[in-house]
Write a protein that binds this ligand. Structure first.
Ligand code: FES
Length: 170
């Protein structure tokens, strides 16, 4: 156990520090999951339990050996698709996922984290067939980095006559 910057005890292992810029797995610590109701007796939110499960398996994982960093985040504004995670790194796609179960999916998350860590040549592409089922259906966003020059990126032309797409021109 370590303490947060404001001195509170933290149940999670020390995650990556702010300023780290390698491939990073961000886990929302505030997500609630379906098991949280007034009778569940659960003291921790689903997101924090998912983070604990990931952190527990992390030291022996391929993701760790490939240099993935872990980070806790307080809400990604995807609360209706909890539990939510994201992969990001400079120059790579940012990929956001939801609908994760903290009791079931820590291994799947680390599997995709390992794939993201080695996807440098493809700018963070995580092909659908290479992802576990829960992370196929649960993808919420895939955002190209600034300066990205690939199929997902196209200059925005406000005047249709300047469009490079045939379908945009009469
Ligand atoms: S609480 Fe997790 S995305 Fe909002």
């Amino acid at each position: 156990m370590h303490t947060t910057r404001d001195g509170r005890a933290c149940l999670l292992p020390s995650f990556g520090q702010a300023g780290d810029d390698g491939p990073t797995l961000s886990i929302c610590l505030r997500c609630r999951d379906a098991r949280e109701d007034s009778n569940s007796g659960l003291e921790l939110r689903g997101g924090r339990r998912l983070a604990q499960a990931v952190a527990h398996a992390f030291p022996d994982s391929t993701a760790a050996r490939r240099g993935i960093r872990l980070r806790g985040v307080n809400c990604k504004s995807n609360c209706k698709r909890s539990c939510a995670i994201a992969f990001s790194a400079p120059g790579r796609l940012t990929c956001l996922f939801g609908d994760l179960d903290p009791t079931l999916h820590a291994g799947d998350v680390l599997c995709v984290a390992a794939a993201y860590a080695e996807a440098e040549a493809e700018a963070g592409y995580l092909p659908r067939p290479a992802r576990p089922e829960v992370l196929r259906a649960g993808i919420l966003a895939r955002i190209p980095p600034l300066g990205f020059a690939g199929d997902l990126d196209e200059p925005l032309c406000l005047a249709p006559r300047h469009s490079t797409r045939k379908s945009d021109n009469p």
